[in-house]
Design a protein around this ligand. Sequence first.
Ligand code: HEC
Ligand code: HEC
Length: 305
Amino acid sequence: MKKILLLTIGVIFTVAVFLAEERRYGIPRVAEAEENLALGEMVYRENCAACHGEKGDGKGPQADRLKTKPRDFTTGIYKFRSTPSGSLPLDDDIFRTISRGVRGTSMLAQLQLSEEERRAVARYVKTFSPRFKKQKLGQPISISQKPREDREFIALGKTLYKDAGCESCHGPDGGGDGPSAESLKDSWGFPIRPADLTLKPFKSGPQPADLYRTLSTGLDGTPMPSYSNSLTPKQEWALVFYVLSIATKEKPRGMMGLVGEETQAMMIDMRAAMAGMMGGRGMMGRGGGMMNRDMNEMMKDMMRR
Ligand code: HEC
Ligand code: HEC
């Protein structure tokens, strides 16, 4: 078993080195990549189209085998934003998702790409939707200062969890099994389940502020609503503390410490999986990572030696 694992890692590593080499010589360095849609398009074709589709419609060749479907960028609806419900995301929001990935899904952190490349491709995906030409970008919501967490706050959160109606979807104990759970669909017509709030990791990030943002903005395209109009900042923080207090379990980890559909993604998106292992997640990445550097930099270093 151990041998097979080592062999697998060896093979992946060789492939990764090969691909890094190809990147080094095969792709011209483009100046002013910030502005450069051509770079974004090239990065997209190579790294994203397999899942998100050449046309950005979420119907890439790998989409069928995935339970959580790759985003259809043509609708311009984004789950992970810092902007109010219903508004367009900022470039930084798209960049953050590309850099962090969406934990538990096949959307891995794209750390095989340089920051320049991630920024370029974030711009590029916007070209799939006419919404970005017609509408103004949203203003980011403000995240009020995190109060000190104490037992009283958590108790308030527990009450609010009931009163604000979280139970109907997320269930009385947060297990994702409320009365409406079975029948929910997302805006793209796929069935969707409320998150099991007892299980980490969360999609939008691990920090209290990430959950606060999610409660404030909602997850557009899903039944998860925005609460910024119905709850005060203090109430939102209370809910964040309550949710964190019940999120005590970890999703079972698969090969290389990957969670949920990240394991499938490893087969589809080998470069990202490899980069993640080196940098921020996966078996070697847990707790800081073997190296916290960009994979390209690391590969360059190795080749210089
Ligand atoms: C292995 C499949 C796969 C690959 C490759 C992939 N993605 Fe994704 N991506 C997904 C899935 C699945 C989701 C949906 C996650 C969810 O809805 O919870 C997603 C979601 C996203 C989102 C979130 C949008 C939102 O709703 O806020 C962005 C942005 C994104 N992908 C960009 C990219 C870019 C850019 C690349 C290439 C650099 C890429 N993805 C590569 C599968 C993939
Ligand atoms: C109408 C159903 C519905 C209601 C009501 C609802 N949620 Fe959700 N919630 C969802 C769905 C569906 C998701 C999963 C979205 C996804 O996976 O893309 C979700 C996801 C979440 C997440 C996970 C975010 C992440 O980053 O992974 C949290 C936390 C959350 N909800 C908290 C709450 C709280 C607290 C309330 C009440 C104030 C609430 N929800 C009310 C449907 C609902």
